[in-house]
Design a protein around this ligand. Sequence first.
Ligand SMILES: Cc1cc2nc3c(=O)[nH]c(=O)nc-3n(C[C@H](O)[C@H](O)[C@H](O)COP(=O)(O)OP(=O)(O)OC[C@H]3O[C@@H](n4cnc5c(N)ncnc54)[C@H](O)[C@@H]3O)c2cc1C
Ligand code: SF4
Ligand code: SF4
Length: 833
Amino acid sequence: MKTILVIGNGMVGYKFCEKFIAQERKSEFNVIVFGEEPRVAYDRVHLSEYFENEDEEKLMLAPRSWYEENNITIYTNERVTDIHKVNKTITTLSEKTFSYDYLVLATGSTPFVPPIKGVDKKGVFVYRTIEDLEETMAFAKKIKGGKAAVLGGGLLGLEAAKAVKDMGLEPHVVEFAPRLMPRQLDDDGSAALESKMKELGITVHLNKATQQILGNGSIEGMEFLENEKLDVEMLIISAGIRPRDELAKTCNLEMGIRGGIVVDNTMRTSDPSIFAIGEVALYNQMIYGLVAPGYEMAQVAVDQILGNETKMSASIDMSTKLKLIGVDVASFGNPFATEEEAHAIVFENKLEGLYKRINVSKDGKTLLGGILVGDAGDYNMLLQLYQNKMALPENPEDLILGARGGEGTAMGNVMDLPDEAVVCSCESVTKGAICCSVIDDGNESVKSVAKVTKATTGCGGCKPMVADLVTESLKSLGKTIKVRICEHFDYSRQELYDIVKLREIKDYDELLDTVGNGNGCEVCKPATAAIFASVYNETANKQETIQDSNDRYLANIQRNGTYSVVPRVAGGEITPKQLMAMGRIAQKYDLYTKITGGQRIDMFGAKLHELPLIWEELIAEGFETGQAYGKSLRTVKSCVGSTWCRYGMDESVSFAIEIENRYKGIRSPHKMKGGVSGCIRECAEARCKDFGFIAVEGGWNVYVCGNGGANPKHAELFAEKVDKETAVKYVDRFLMYYIKTAPPLIRTAAWLEKLEGGITYLKNVVINDSLGIAEELDKEMQNYADTYKCEWKEAVETPEIRSRYTHFINSDETDSNIEYVDLRGQKMPKAWA
Ligand SMILES: Cc1cc2nc3c(=O)[nH]c(=O)nc-3n(C[C@H](O)[C@H](O)[C@H](O)COP(=O)(O)OP(=O)(O)OC[C@H]3O[C@@H](n4cnc5c(N)ncnc54)[C@H](O)[C@@H]3O)c2cc1C
Ligand code: SF4
Ligand code: SF4
């Protein structure tokens, strides 16, 4: 029996083992693995999730028992120190010696720490292992609320900056180059990303050459060229990687000038019995810091050891998409193709922070590469067009502008891809394999397709496309497609709502443990937050980590990183005393004020730490939150009605106030608005609201499912000439039914469009109680109305919640990046350059 020793039990070393045990001839070999870390291989790509859950089990690629079950001997906490090529043995730090027939080096890399003066000070960290994260978190707790910098504005640096923010620190990204993600983005793409970072509260410092780390023992700041300084109490270095090639030196393997073990396209080093794979291997003069090439190398090494002729691809795709940060950024192919090589088509919308560039071949037939910032929804499809050299539409600009003058997209359907198209590049899974596993093998969910094909289990970037392929394949079989909230829950929002209620599940982690999988995402977290709020009438102050960012701070973050303050002005009625109070407070905090289209007063420009102070004063004057940030009731607009108007048929103002107070604070799938008009002249525009009442001869007409905004929709007549009590009862039931059954982020109009049976069905449920649930709906709505709490009052009065706003309270410094200009006697943020 021959022996294979694998040195390094990281992602690629593990993948080698996994691919090896899938071979028929595996029993001819004895596999022994050495890992220097204290635990078996884990998913480094999703390392940042450890910040949230601190659960190493969730990151494990396979449990320790897996090695045993597959006859692999594993030594963890065991560093290999020497290789003796001549007698084909290795020695470990604990002085054990092992012989090999084949040796596989999968020792990965370490973070590159530039030789900056003072870089060894306390508070300076790197970002590579679970231990690194544990040390960083422990330190962050000590400097709670302090400032932290990340050195390096590449993919990992930005991910680290987001982690810093989530740890409650003030994040700064320091980049030597004149732009962010310099290897993936051009100047304009970087500028768009920078403005998105600002929105997230991450300050970016470009063109900064760090000269030294300041401080006495612990880091106190960074000094750049020309004596510029940045005070920080913590620093994470993310300035690139260096291959762990020290073992090659112990046995004279050929190495690159700047490190890395030289391999050919069979993954052999200069010694034919020794292979190098993953981030330690220098292939085509390059170290590839991604899992996909590492996995392909692992497959080549397995095949070569078994005598097969598989070779490594000549060119390696470095396309990437940023994950976790909450900002879409992607870059593929050659993002920088020059004018001689390509025709660049650029779409830019500075206001929305959107930048899209595609490089099309001079003949207009193929895609050479591109950059997406702000919206990378089409990344997977563009990547396929590029990788498969597929024919482009007649107007290639449609690829980034969307098909104009009609529905649909210029991208075509996922099913148009050739069967050989590699959809999951980490695991080399083709479109054909995915569809086959649905159509021929009966796998009906992304989860089960992932289990058999392994698609989506690497970096996860292909998940949306795999989901589309599963859906389309099921459709081709004539099957109905189950709507899932996201890949972490195999349920629709409505089903999750019922599960939470029936099983009395109280928080997100419990829900994930009971019926979910993975760690959750930006879709399921806010959606379940809304479900908990709906079922238990909780405020957004609960379960902070799953709330949308606006809900987390109970305010909308504005263009320049400041926040808005919007008190409720029910029905639009406000007393002179309240007006004066708002004026005084706005003046004191130098806020920009504006009357909104929804009859309230917006106050803009508050800094995070000022929010509780402002709200404390507003609450003392009798105001409460207007929930302008939430997916909940915004306003009930009223006309002046019979109180003052000579046409008024009924009292629209009192009714609007009553209704706004009844539904205030209720969490819903999307924002909701109402309107009440005193006669059919409709001055309150009640028919373009989610619910509206219009006074007519003999009672009130009730309208539902309208909205203004980007896709205006007139509300539909729901009931005629009913009295006030009946009108309220109908709207109670209608809203409750919508809250329970609509998918996340769907407004009432879109929900009604999809409701089988439409308005007639809805009338039957609400008015005729066709489902027998009216009593339950009535009760639930009444419960909401009876248990309302003002979120801001709770926030200012609860020290634990209030402390979320205290980042800057010990510092008089304001964000120096916020620049204002005068606007008709008030201030506004300076326009972007
Ligand atoms: C935070 C983070 C996010 C990332 N995100 C992405 C992403 O989105 N997409 C992507 O494609 N890639 C991503 N990467 C990169 C990806 O994780 C690496 O490409 C991949 O882990 C490389 O695998 P490897 O096995 O070569 O090295 P590693 O995973 O580093 O494994 C090497 C192992 O060998 C051990 N070792 C070293 N020397 C010895 C020795 N002498 N004896 C015993 N053991 C030894 C090390 O301790 C280590 O455990 C990310 C990396 C990080 C840190
Ligand atoms: S809707 Fe009718 S009652 Fe209301 S303000 Fe207009 S005219 Fe007057
Ligand atoms: S319409 Fe609304 S979302 Fe759009 S810019 Fe104006 S305020 Fe902002």
